[in-house]
Design a protein around this ligand. Sequence first.
Ligand code: MG
Length: 215
Amino acid sequence: MIDPATASTQESPGRAPSDAVVLFDGKDLSRWVHKDGTAAKWKVENGYAEVVAKTGYINTRDSFGDCQLHVEFAETVPPQGESQERGNSGVFLMGLYEIQVLDSYENKTYADGQASAVYGQYPPLVNASRPPGQWQTYDIVFHGPRFDPEGKLLRPARVTVLHNGVLVQDNAELSGPTAHGQRPPYKAQPDKLPLALQDHGNPVRYRNIWIRELK
Ligand code: MG
């Protein structure tokens, strides 16, 4: 029996349930490192972490596979840049499969590059973006790919995403890892890998990140 965060689901619908691993609680990024293993250099203040350009992606120290993931982010006010240069970041499931983070409020870009797109593969079903400055939520259910002992793909990855509570990816079947302008095939990989957040050079803010492993 888990505590489904009963305190007030109306006031804090994204509150971590008791069986979640809290990856970022607004205080520190101790569960995150850069690719070279050094401590995360993103700025932490006022209960959020902010991308510091050119410090690089941050990855969880722990590895995860099939999961339910909750992430909150906020875009820069006033908006800076256009299209893919406005508030770009990303949630990389297993470090390989990107759910795009972008300021998609009155910001045109290509369809499968919008906020909550499976980047380069699936546009969101609708644009559920809030204006910059407001906190937004992603609730993600992810099932990673499976391979046989020879490395042959048995089952592709699948992802369901709610953006601000609105269904935007409905059990989408991924064609392979995320890439820009191409669809690379799957390559055999472990069942668990670190989760990553993207440094795309824009000061996107994050808070309240938690994950539940699906057995
Ligand atoms: Mg991105």
